[in-house]
Design a protein. Structure first.
Length: 197
């Protein structure tokens, strides 16, 4: 479909597909013949104006301060999503995506520069570490899991008066409503390999 992507694979058939367009974790499967853990719309990959290809995306907060214009109309800024991400696969289980964009705060009309860095890593299968005789079938459980570490750096593109230095000036931004500028998310999917009658 003319898209750049990375495929992270574990040793047991698990797979994560990361799309450069929007830096989205688009497809997650513990085994090949299972449906993806993420909803996705492959038709959106053909349409440059369609930002919602599905999967796990980057959300900023406060969303309405950056996703609606001065008249109150909601839209996703295309320079954020899909943006101009650069995706690099570093190994079979590790990939990095990064980009820079400028957003305008709707209430103050002030601009802020956002540098985003996302690091995707497959996590080991915890069932392989189980040596209990009570659960001998644990190694037969299909598993895939990943962790995404997102870092956001903000640069106001306007001068902040000294009187505002201790307040939260217009243009404050973060990932969702997380108090820190770093967010770590872990997602795991497992499928049992045996039938229970």
């Amino acid at each position: 479909m003319g898209q750049t992507y990375a495929v992270l694979n574990n040793d047991h058939g698990g797979r994560l597909i990361i799309l450069e367009k929007g830096a989205r974790a688009l497809d997650l499967k513990a085994v090949e013949d299972e449906p993806s853990a993420f909803w996705h719309d492959l038709n959106a990959l053909h349409d440059d104006k369609n930002w919602n290809s599905g999967g796990d995306r980057t959300w900023l907060s406060p969303e309405l301060d950056y996703f609606q214009d001065s008249s109150g109309i909601y839209h996703v800024p295309e320079h954020l999503d899909p943006g101009s991400w650069k995706l690099t696969q570093l190994s079979q289980s590790h990939a990095v995506a990064n980009m820079t964009c400028d957003l305008q705060h709707s209430g103050s009309s002030k601009k802020i520069r956002i540098d985003l860095d996302k690091r995707y890593t497959l996590v080991p299968n915890p069932f392989l570490m189980n040596h209990s005789s009570l659960f001998p079938d644990c190694p037969s459980v299909s598993h895939v899991g990943f962790e995404v570490y997102t870092e956001i750096n903000l640069t106001p593109l306007h001068s902040v008066p000294l009187t505002e230095s201790f307040a939260s000036p217009p243009g404050y931004c973060n990932l969702w409503i997380i108090a820190k500028c770093r967010l770590r998310v872990r997602f795991q999917l497992q499928r049992t390999a045996r039938c229970v009658q």
